[in-house]
Design a protein around this ligand. Structure first.
Ligand code: G3P
Length: 222
């Protein structure tokens, strides 16, 4: 399972990219709006920083304008993937873009039925929002498992991107369910690396090493 950052903040992307584990980035209008720059500048910086797929979201509500916007977003870089919403207009614009060879990510997906529609138009990626399903008092992980199973049974090529992930166990369970990609905020990414026993163990190794150096230093001096 590949790991993506769900952010539009270039500093967060640069930091995680240095770890060597970042395979892509997802953005949405809310995230881009937090950056205080033009959307074009935000997208340009991210596309240049990341080698992998970067999802850029359309905002036009009607299909023809959404498709036109999608073409402009796709032209921003070879690694650009165009996000369209799971709506009739999104399906219409998305299928047109797929016909033109543009890779699309169908977003705001909350059910296996919607995921089937995304696969049927030949989407490159489908994005079920697990955390938001949980917020509505339903089981986001169960929906993800069903989507992965349906895609497996049907042999769909569309990649399943688990989105709206809120904590490390979401990532572990998404991997077990068979998701192709997990996208998460910076705060969740940095939690993946942490474990109290790693911190305690490192502290002990460092203090024992310092003791040893001290002892050797006093022996050498004697
Ligand atoms: O970007 C799509 C999705 O990951 C948003 O997540 O945390 O706003 O529900 P969230």
């Amino acid at each position: 399972m590949r790991l993506f950052l769900d952010t539009a903040n270039i500093e967060e992307i640069r930091e995680i990219n240095r770890w060597g584990v970042l395979s892509g980035v997802t953005t949405n209008p809310t995230l881009v709006g937090k950056e205080g720059l033009t959307p074009e500048q935000v997208w340009k910086d991210i596309l240049a920083e990341v080698d992998g797929d970067v999802s850029l979201e359309t905002t036009e509500p009607q299909a023809p304008a959404m498709a036109e916007e999608g073409r402009r977003l796709a032209a921003m870089g070879d690694n650009a993937v165009v996000k369209v919403p799971m709506t009739p207009a999104g399906l219409q614009a998305g299928s047109k873009l797929v016909d033109e060879g543009i890779r699309i990510n169908v977003t705001l997906v909350f059910s296996p039925a919607q995921a089937i529609l995304a696969a049927e138009i030949g989407a490159y990626i489908v994005s079920p929002f697990l955390g938001r399903i949980d917020d509505a008092a339903a089981d986001g992980m169960h929906a993800l498992r069903q989507i992965c199973q349906v895609y497996d049974v049907q042999g769909y090529d569309t990649q399943v991107l688990a989105a709206s992930l809120r904590h490390p166990m979401h990532i572990v369970d998404a991997a077990l369910a068979g998701a192709d990609i997990a996208t998460m905020p910076y705060e969740v990414f940095t939690k993946l690396v942490k474990h109290p026993l790693t911190e305690q163990g490192l502290e002990k190794f460092q203090s024992d090493w310092t003791e040893l150096r001290k002892k050797l230093g006093s022996t050498e001096g004697a």
